[in-house]
Write a protein that binds this ligand. Structure first.
Ligand SMILES: [Fe+2]
Length: 262
């Protein structure tokens, strides 16, 4: 059996994250024999949102599908782009009528893969139920392919784990994003769904989840709003590689990825 290999990349944060991606993605694609790259890009523009130019750069640079979350609307210019370019997803459980799409089916080698983006509601903006929306989306995507990868963008580890169990046996993978801290709980669930609570951060290490630490500390110490900027210095890429039996759509393996820029 030739397995299908999906590389999922944790939230790309600002210029440091973009540099790490540009450095490592070409070699990871070869080294891991990757068929499809899914990356969360909602923090790519200086930590907040994404611009059309950056999105185009990711697609040119080897990312196949871009996922997002609560920061997707931070840059107003993305509104015009997202209605034309369905390879940039916004969470599928935004209310009906929201611009853009929350899922897509793309070609990966000889296979077709569905990618679904969801967003949690615990400690996050109140949008529609991700579980019920997942039911609808997964049923629809199954009409096209048995291989489905889900980016569950959420704050609470519990909600992301719950989604893993909810979709176990129905999708190939559920990967968490948003917390910018990679979790060490990757495994294939009993029904054949690869799961990790959070893919981690592609961005600056010596930071508070990507933000310059003095600015984050200032906000915690004073409670006053201030302008956040990406940290500088040591940078790494984090994510996970998932191997899928393409006929069954079930995962056979998941492995965490971490690469530090020299
Ligand atoms: Fe987020």
């Amino acid at each position: 059996m030739r397995v299908l290999t999906v590389l999922c990349i944790g939230d790309i944060f600002g210029e440091p994250g973009r540099k790490a991606l540009a450095h490592f993605l070409p070699r990871l694609r070869g080294e891991l024999e990757v068929d499809l790259v899914v990356a969360n890009v909602e923090n790519a523009a200086a930590g907040f949102g994404i611009t059309p130019a950056l999105a185009r750069g990711f697609l040119d640079g080897g990312v196949d599908v871009m996922t997002s979350g609560n920061h997707i609307w931070d840059r107003k210019e993305i509104l015009e782009y997202i209605v034309k370019e369905n390879l940039l997803l916004r969470p599928a459980n935004y209310p009906v009528g929201t611009p853009g799409v929350g899922s897509i089916v793309v070609k990966a080698g000889a296979e077709r893969v569905g990618v679904l983006n969801l967003q949690g509601r615990a400690f996050m903006p109140a949008i529609d139920c991700p579980f019920r929306r997942a039911d609808e989306e997964v049923a629809r995507l199954h009409g096209e392919t048995p291989i489905i990868v889900v980016d569950m963008h959420g704050e609470a580890t519990s909600e992301k784990q719950a989604m893993g169990w909810y979709l176990d046996g129905r999708v190939s993978a559920v990967v968490g994003t948003h917390s910018h801290v990679q979790t060490a709980d990757e495994r294939v669930l009993p029904g054949g769904t690869a799961f990790i609570t959070d893919l981690g951060l592609t961005g600056p290490i010596d930071s508070v989840i990507g933000v310059e630490k003095s600015l984050a500390l200032q906000r915690f110490l004073t409670g006053m709003p201030n302008r956040f900027e990406p940290a500088k210095g040591r940078t790494r890429l984090q994510g996970a590689v998932i191997r899928v039996d393409p006929a069954a759509g079930r995962a056979v393996a998941i492995e965490r990825i971490q690469r530090d820029l020299p």
